[in-house]
Write a protein that binds this ligand. Structure first.
Ligand code: DX5
Ligand code: ZN
Length: 226
């Protein structure tokens, strides 16, 4: 995978039909998704539960693009093996998930995966400075993690701008997660983001049997940043 800073849209399957992930992924990729964002929640690090490695492994074969796995779990390290075996391309852990994030990022790369570091809205981006050379992606949360459909936290735009300056020429993606839609996408792209996660804004109004709205919704986000 060569590094590309052009904007990529990563629909979050948190907003898809949980009983039909395979067909939902195929539909949203056919409608223009660049990556597929997979939200793993443990009911402990965040106040919601989704699914674990067996499901991630089962959906892998339906993903032709990039599988971007966002771990909202603590601890992370005991599960890296399982998510690597499940076929994650990017594996993202939260800075707030434990005291040894440096070790976690090293372990993710040691498994041959791209390493991501996610930041809650309350965490200053400056905290990533000693870790950036271990990161292939930094995910700036623009909602408090745990649920889809929440409102975008505007003050995070300045965090993105600071992070973009800190990264400079390094091949590190800046991903935005939470409340991305055609109104908020231009703000974060202008500040330096290149991966836009969007759940409700992509899946709204569509279904596997009526997937054109997915394409229209993706197009609306692309048009907003053109
Ligand atoms: C939130 C998740 C997000 C979520 C985004 O904890 O990490 O990926 O699905 O959903 P929207 O786009 O609806 O805010
Ligand atoms: Zn996410």
């Amino acid at each position: 995978m060569t590094f590309e800073r052009s904007v990529k849209i990563a629909p979050s399957i948190l907003s898809a039909d949980f009983a039909d992930f395979g067909r939902e992924i195929e539909a949203v990729e056919a409608q223009g998704a660049d990556w597929i964002h997979v939200d793993v929640m443990d009911g402990h690090f965040v106040p919601n539960l989704t699914f674990g490695p067996p499901l991630v492994k089962a959906i892998r074969k339906h993903i032709k693009t990039v599988m971007d796995v966002h771990l909202m779990i603590a601890p992370v390290d005991p599960y890296i093996d399982a998510f690597a075996d499940a076929g994650a391309d990017f594996l993202t852990a939260h800075l707030e998930a434990g005291p040894h994030t440096h070790r976690t990022l090293q372990a993710i790369r040691a498994h041959g995966l791209k390493a991501g570091l996610a930041l809650n809205p309350g965490t200053p981006v400056e905290a990533t400075a000693p870790l950036l050379d271990l990161c292939d992606l930094v995910c700036v949360m623009t909602v408090n993690p745990g649920f889809g459909g929440q409102s975008f936290i505007q003050t995070q735009v300045e965090q993105v701008r600071k992070l973009r300056a800190m990264i400079g020429d390094r091949p590190i993606h800046i991903e935005i997660d939470g409340g991305v839609d055609p109104k908020t996408a231009p703000l974060v792209v202008e500040a330096g983001a290149d991966v836009l996660v969007a759940g409700s804004a992509v899946f709204k109004g569509g279904s596997v049997s009526n997937s054109n709205p997915y394409g229209e919704n993706i197009q609306a986000i692309r048009a907003s940043i053109a």
